[in-house]
Design a protein around this ligand. Structure first.
Ligand code: SF4
Length: 333
């Protein structure tokens, strides 16, 4: 067994990798995997949850355990489904929805105890320090790579950036390179928001970037993990860094998310927004409706089940969006 699975940006990767296993974020989105997952959960479960289930069933032997979190109801149900249909041990991290550091802090302490007990290891100060430093350096390298995507003109496509980030999300830290060929682009700059893009979403990103350049995002499948900056390399430092990341849509209040995105839209000089929403993901659907009112930029909402069946329709919609962007910016695209 080589993997310790996890499902949420609030679960410290440092603690998972201290077990000696690869922290593997469950972020699959593929039609075939989804069909396998459908045998266990309702057909109208979101395609991310169904695909993750499909992947876990196919790769049961690779997982020593899986740490889930109380994000949305569906992702919580995914962990229950894993518990009842496989022999993989699972643990639920109760990520508080409200702005309550004390609960979060207690939950981290409980997670540490559970991991220490399960893996017969003691996470002492030195180990925490070493691992926090190692992973923070990796994130710093990724932030520098991300900066090339965000600059104007953008020097890196999100299609390439995603391939690099996947190495981090799948715990293959050694595969992250700093040398990346330049991909300068003057295409219209857009920002990506919404349901997590999956490991298999590359073709959708490539399709968008044939006509546009995604130069920033607020998305768990892309740069979200990079917002976590661990300054103090202690358990307290990890707690602070993970708790203070720009809030996920489930947090209440989540006004920090809107403030963060508003600032990031300006910093990345984005001229439009792509809102990626998975089928049956009511949470993001609802939040995107709020974003449409809040952000004063054109928004293209793309609904997806991760299949590429509607690719020609997608192309037409992207072309129409480019015209909207042109009219919004006085015809200059
Ligand atoms: S938030 Fe949406 S995409 Fe994420 S697990 Fe829940 S339903 Fe699926």
């Amino acid at each position: 067994m080589e993997l310790i699975g996890y499902s949420c940006s609030y679960i410290p990767v440092e603690l998972l990798s201290l077990t000696g296993l690869k922290p593997y974020r469950l972020l699959h989105g593929d039609l075939q995997l989804s069909q396998k997952g459908e045998r266990i959960v309702r057909v109208d479960a979101c395609p991310l949850v169904k695909s993750n289930l499909g992947f876990v069933f196919e790769n049961q032997k690779r997982f020593a355990c899986i740490i889930g979190s109380t994000g949305c109801d569906m992702s919580r149900r995914m962990i229950e489904a894993i518990k009842f249909t496989t022999s993989i041990p699972v643990y639920i991290f109760n990520n508080p929805r409200t702005d309550n550091f004390e609960i979060f802090s207690n939950e981290i302490d409980m997670l540490i105890k559970e991991l220490e007990h399960f893996f017969h290891r003691k996470f002492d100060k030195n180990l925490i320090h070493q691992e926090s430093e190692r992973i923070e350096n990796i994130r710093q390298n990724l932030r520098q790579i991300d900066a090339r995507r965000r600059t104007n003109p953008s020097l890196l496509s999100t299609a390439t950036f995603q391939k690099i980030v996947i190495s981090y999300l799948q715990g293959n830290f050694g595969d992250i390179k700093s040398e990346i060929p330049e991909e300068m682009s003057y295409k219209p700059r857009v920002y990506l928001l919404g349901s997590p893009v999956s490991y298999e979403s590359g073709p959708i990103i490539e399709l968008i970037e044939k006509r546009l350049r995604i130069c920033g995002d607020f998305n768990c499948g892309l740069s979200r993990a990079l917002y976590i900056k661990v300054v103090e390399k202690t358990i307290e430092g990890l707690k602070q860094a993970y708790f203070k990341q720009p809030p996920c849509i489930f947090k209440r209040p989540n006004k920090g998310l809107y403030e963060y995105v508003e600032k990031d839209l300006k910093e990345t000089k984005s001229t439009g927004i792509i809102a990626f929403v998975l089928d049956y993901c009511d949470n993001f659907d609802f939040e995107i409706a709020k974003m449409e009112k809040r952000f004063s930029l054109p928004i293209l909402k793309l609904k997806s089940d991760f299949s590429l069946q509607n690719i020609s329709q997608l192309k037409v919609r992207i072309d129409a969006f480019i015209e909207v962007l042109a009219s919004y910016r006085g015809g200059i695209v």
